[in-house]
Unconditional design. Structure first.
Length: 76
């Protein structure tokens, strides 16, 4: 992982983004401490968090709740 100071990151932001696009992770430092990281984006799907549940379908019993009757609407 590459580390750069905030001043250098401001001056070379485009080059840092190119490095991140190439797969590198860049740590942004201020006074010797990491304050941010630039990491490559990984494509994700909305369904990804649920994949472990689908793999264990036999252990989970999902039952749809019964439909409720419509409530009457009173005119205003």
């Amino acid at each position: 992982m590459r580390s750069v100071q905030v001043v250098e990151a401001k001056a070379k932001f485009s080059a840092l983004l190119a490095a991140v696009e190439a797969g590198e992770t860049v740590a942004i430092m201020r006074r010797g401490r990491v304050v941010a990281q630039l990491v490559p984006d990984s494509p994700r799907m909305a369904a990804d968090p649920f994949r472990p549940l689908w793999a264990e379908q036999d252990d989970i019993d999902l039952v749809r709740p019964a439909d409720l009757a419509a409530e009457p609407v009173t005119p205003i």
